[in-house]
Design a protein around this ligand. Structure first.
Ligand SMILES: Cc1ncc(COP(=O)(O)O)c(C=O)c1O
Length: 286
């Protein structure tokens, strides 16, 4: 349910009766204004990669976006990686962990394809992919399958049923067996408070466009320390400390992990959209 004071900022709500927020949400004016402001005041960008005034302004706006998004889910700024959407974030997890033959991943029957197919694909590389089945009522069972897993991944809120999954229980079991725990929060961030510390998850993914943010931007939260076991999926400019014809050493995350040139303008709008959520109205510091 969109609070009235936020609805007032969404001109489209005067023209349509919109019920499809689970698929994608409408965009409030302050989010659009944040994009315009970025293009008018910071464009010339190259976040972290230039020394001139515009680049520094863009870098500052980008850092502020990371801080705001981090606060939104109770993370630290350095744990926030901007990606294109939830799908990209979850594929990063599936590919970046380099899960090997004979290792086990666990997902559930209630997942969106974005949190299912990237892990099912690992079967081709000899990975064991176990699926927690759900009863006809949508209740997950056979948690014992989690035993011995390297990674357990599940959604916070099911896009199929709209139910909140037992993430605490699944996380606890993952932790007990020494597995990494990943949460697909695509449906959750726009509807309930999300706290990565409480969830004690290692990864959490969501998309801007489902929580009144911009399209084309998503977030991968990666708990501090976990980057040690995640290989960057893409390599390119601004991602290495050193390179020679014989090898390279990557720089520290999150810069290595994010897609090269993740849209900076959208990151800044993402900051604004968190403001909309937190204040239940137009943010003051777009
Ligand atoms: C639970 C869940 N996960 C992942 C996704 C994929 O989101 P996106 O298309 O923004 O990557 C969706 C989209 O509907 C979803 O509902």
């Amino acid at each position: 349910m969109i609070p009235l004071e936020v609805r007032e900022d969404i001109p489209l709500t005067e023209k349509v009766i919109y019920f499809d927020n689970a698929a994608t949400s409408l965009t409030p004016v302050p989010v659009v204004e944040a994009l315009t402001k970025y293009y008018l005041e910071c464009r010339g960008e190259r976040v972290h990669r230039g020394v001139h005034t515009l680049s520094e302004k863009a870098t500052q706006a980008y850092q502020e976006a990371r801080e705001k998004v981090a606060a939104f889910i109770h993370a630290r700024p350095e744990e926030i990686i901007f990606v294109k959407n939830t799908t990209e974030a979850l594929n990063y997890v599936a590919m970046g962990l380099q899960i090997g033959r004979g290792e086990k991943v666990v997902t559930t029957e209630l997942e969106h394809h974005s949190n299912f197919l990237p892990f099912l694909r690992l079967k081709r590389a000899g990975v064991v992919c176990e699926v927690l089945e759900a009863t006809r009522e949508g209740v997950l069972e056979h948690f014992e399958k989690i035993e011995g897993a390297r990674l357990v991944t599940c959604s916070y809120i099911s896009n199929v049923l709209g139910t909140i999954l037992p993430v605490e229980e699944i996380g606890r079991r993952a932790w007990k067996t020494g597995a990494l725990f990943c949460v697909d929060a695509a449906q959750a961030v726009g509807h309930i408070p999300v706290d990565v510390r409480e969830l004690d998850c290692d990864f959490l993914a969501f998309s801007g466009h489902k929580c009144m943010g911009p399209t084309g931007i998503g977030v991968l939260y990666m708990k501090k320390g976990v980057e040690e076991v995640v290989e960057p999926v893409f390599l390119g400019g601004g991602m290495v400390k050193e390179v020679s014809v014989t090898g390279y050493e990557v720089t520290d995350p999150p810069r290595t992990i994010r897609s090269r040139n993740a849209s900076h303008s959208r990151c800044c709008r993402a900051r604004c959209c968190c403001g909309v959520h937190q204040k239940g109205g137009a943010p003051t510091d777009t």
